[in-house]
Write a protein that binds this ligand. Structure first.
Ligand code: ADP
Ligand code: 5GP
Length: 187
């Protein structure tokens, strides 16, 4: 029998800006270091503390457009005036090494991947309420008022999209949400 390595599984996590995806994933990945979080490319400027090649690959608009022309992205989308995308070669390499990979991306990118790779598991993180979402987004203190308004506007559209996801997890109690994520990804 050919000694072929098992290919890894692909998971997508989406959820409105400020719902707690980053927080949830940080705790989850500390407990499950064997799972890989994909690093996306973006034209957004780094926030304080963000590092190129760790949080994102920060590209200029021209660099991003060249990568789009060269068909380098598994998916990409414009969000809140910036471009975000997943490099196909980067993800395929990890899957071929047998690693399970999580993409933390918005809904349009998620559906592009579902079309190309129907086996992908789509997971949506929901806020306990819209008031709490706004509270968290403002509490994070990383966006100006216009960006907050844009992100809240996007949130309503994204909540509608959650109906097409395979799993929805409410991030109310953080530990409970981590446990539910482990049930989907690790079992
Ligand atoms: P996202 O990555 O979805 O944009 P963040 O992880 O940056 O969201 O979280 C936004 C804010 O909400 C942060 O200030 C974070 O500390 C807070 N937060 C995250 N999860 C919870 C939770 N379960 N309960 C209360 N606050 C939370
Ligand atoms: P932020 O600017 O807060 O880091 O991310 C904004 C949005 O872009 C989030 O909803 C995040 O999930 C999404 N995002 C991050 N990387 C990618 C990507 O590679 N592709 C797509 N389609 N969305 C992404």
């Amino acid at each position: 029998m050919k000694n072929e390595k098992r290919k890894g599984k692909l998971f997508v996590i989406s959820g409105c800006s400020g719902v707690g995806k980053g927080t949830l994933l940080k705790v989850f990945l500390e407990k499950n270091p064997q799972i890989e979080l994909s690093i996306s490319a973006t034209t957004r400027k780094p926030r304080p503390g963000e590092v190129d090649g760790v949080n994102y690959f920060f590209l200029t608009k021209e660099e991003f457009e060249t990568a789009v022309k060269n068909n380098e992205f598994l998916e990409w989308a414009e969000f809140n005036g910036n471009f975000y995308g997943t490099k196909e070669a980067y993800v395929e390499k990890k899957l071929n090494e047998g690693k399970n990979v999580i993409l933390e991306i918005e809904t349009r990118g998620a559906f592009q991947i579902k079309e190309k790779k129907p086996d992908v598991v789509l997971i949506f993180i929901l806020p306990p309420s819209l008031d709490e979402l706004e509270h968290r987004l403002r509490g994070r203190n990383t966006e100006d008022e216009a960006a907050i308004q844009n992100r809240l506007h996007e949130a309503y559209r994204e909540l509608e999209c959650s109906k097409k996801y395979d799993y929805c997890i409410v991030n109310d109690d953080l530990n409970q949400a981590v446990k539910e994520l482990e049930e989907v990804i690790c079992s």
